[in-house]
Design a protein. Structure first.
Lengths: 244, 264
């Protein structure tokens, strides 16, 4: 049997959202009948593999399950059925960041985020100045994150995940970060990260131009199932035609 | 168990740093900054001592120290459990973006509360010096007492954390419940003397052994203030119960934690 070096192996993945799942004791006391829980299946049994070093784009209309898939790969959601195997690679969700504690300063948040991504304090401190410089936050880095504008917030988030590199990078909506200048810079950085042959990248985007420039293959999701998967040249024109 | 230990080791650095920054952030905006860590328990204790001594009249020997020990342990126990109810949703910005075992959040909270408890206990020590409480080797029994307190608090908190995600009004219920337990814990009075005197020693023993907070507090007082050996078998049993609760809670969190994000 041919041995393939896959970074991501997804098998028959199903992810469901349970709407109205929160219960209140007060309410359930008055309503003894079990309430009908509405279940929405965001991913309905999809399977695919991503070889190491590949750059895969995910396309699909809103609500087709793209972000759910990314989050499931990142380990934030457990599959309801099926499995996701990353074969021990480290993974991070680029661009939306790790999530900040608003009361703490940017610098403290860099350390905390880095630690959650699996880096040691020394490793993070060694790259701290690079992150701060890339984020262009200047003095604001020592102020609480709650004082940041949304642009500054996303600049910091991007810088952390871009400088602290992981083996698998998941990118949700490329180039939605910061002002025009930062966008250009982050795109350049992203390209540099992506072009690393050892890194596996999965990109979700609505921008066909970006995908055409960056990706080798495209996965087209439609209503929670794979509609098509193949090379960028093959899939993207059909997707564009479908969407227009 | 293996996974638990591996995860604790993996996220240890994060938890400690997060607790440190959390503590710093708590006082960063106030004028008196770190002074609040001392002022807060001090003022709290003054208020309760006033209530206890003036309103209830003279109580046990070394009464202020007696009340302080009770309050310090109780505040750690109840604050951690109460905070655990909404811990996941309060940290939704992190939890919805990256994976971490959710009980790490409890550990962070416990580290913060432990630090406060430590300050509070140094105030207790100060009070004991003022009272000239004689030193004794039995004071060392305070260490196993604290251990029981930590394990039991973690156990209860891990279970409450899980259900807090699903049950909207759990905060209210826990609040009321803890208030009830507060009065049953004997913070201002000795369960043995008061309950034992009024209802018989059997009830007092039941109250002490059935409520881990009361047992820990009573044991601490015995060994720190009155040179007595605490109820070691009962402490041992609660340590075991705490371990079982923790194991159960951690298992439940591992099994369900990834669906927490979908519900929030």
């Amino acid at each position: 049997m041919e041995e393939k070096n896959y970074a991501i192996e997804v098998k028959d993945l199903k992810v469901r959202y349970r709407c109205l799942n929160k219960i209140s004791i007060k309410k359930s006391l008055f309503k003894l009948k079990k309430s009908n829980v509405e279940i929405f299946e965001a991913l309905r049994g999809i399977s695919f593999n991503v070889p190491k070093g590949e750059i895969m784009g995910i396309v699909g209309k809103n609500g087709s399950g793209k972000s759910t898939l990314l989050r499931a790969i990142a380990g934030i959601f457990a599959p309801d059925e099926g499995s996701i195997d990353l074969n021990g690679h480290t993974v991070s969700l680029l661009s939306i960041g790790v999530g900040f504690q608003k009361k703490l300063t940017g610098r403290e948040n860099i350390l905390l985020s880095g630690m959650l991504l699996g880096f040691s304090e020394e490793e993070i401190r060694a790259r701290m100045s690079e992150i701060i410089e890339f984020s262009e936050l200047g003095k604001f880095i020592d102020r609480p994150v709650r004082t940041y504008s949304s642009g500054m917030h996303s600049k910091l988030a991007f810088s952390i995940t871009a400088i602290l590199e992981t083996e698998i990078m998941l990118v949700d909506e490329v180039l939605s970060v910061g002002d025009a200048k930062f966008k250009k810079k982050s795109f350049k950085k992203m390209k540099q990260l992506i072009n690393d042959k050892d890194r596996t990248v999965v990109i979700v985007s609505h921008n066909s131009e970006t995908l055409r420039k960056l990706c080798n293959t495209i996965l087209w999701l439609h209503d929670g199932v794979i509609k098509m998967q193949g090379s960028t040249e093959e899939v993207l024109p059909l997707y564009e035609e479908f969407m227009s | 168990m293996k996974r638990f230990l591996a995860d604790i080791n993996k996220y240890r650095e994060y938890a400690v740093y997060s607790a440190k920054s959390g503590l710093k952030a708590e006082v960063a905006d106030s004028h008196l900054s770190w002074m609040w860590w001392i002022l807060d328990p001090l003022l709290f204790m003054l208020v309760y001592s006033f209530v206890a001594i003036i309103v209830f009249g003279k109580g046990e020997k070394y009464f202020a120290a007696f009340v302080f020990i009770g309050l310090t342990s109780w505040r750690f126990f109840s604050a951690t459990i109460k905070q655990s109810v909404r811990l996941v949703s309060r940290n939704s910005s992190t939890v919805s973006r990256i994976y971490m075992p959710k009980y790490i959040l409890i550990i962070i909270q416990m580290l913060i509360n432990c630090f406060k408890m430590l300050i509070s206990f140094s105030l207790v020590a100060g009070t004991m010096v003022i009272y000239r409480v004689p030193l004794s080797f039995r004071m060392l029994y305070a260490i196993p007492c604290i251990l029981v307190l930590l394990v039991v608090t973690f156990g209860f908190s891990s279970i409450v954390l899980h259900f807090g995600v699903y049950v909207d009004d759990l905060t209210n219920i826990i609040d009321v419940f803890l208030r009830l337990v507060f009065y049953l814990t004997g913070i201002f009075y000795s369960i043995e003397a008061r309950v034992g005197g009024a209802l018989g020693a059997g009830y007092a023993t039941l109250l002490l052994r059935g409520n881990p907070a009361a047992l820990v507090i009573d044991s601490m007082r015995k060994c720190l203030l009155y040179d007595m050996t605490p109820d070691l078998p009962a402490l041992g049993l609660w340590l075991l119960a705490g371990c079982i609760l923790s194991a159960f809670g951690v298992r439940m969190i591992y099994k369900n934690e990834n669906s927490y994000v979908k519900i929030m």
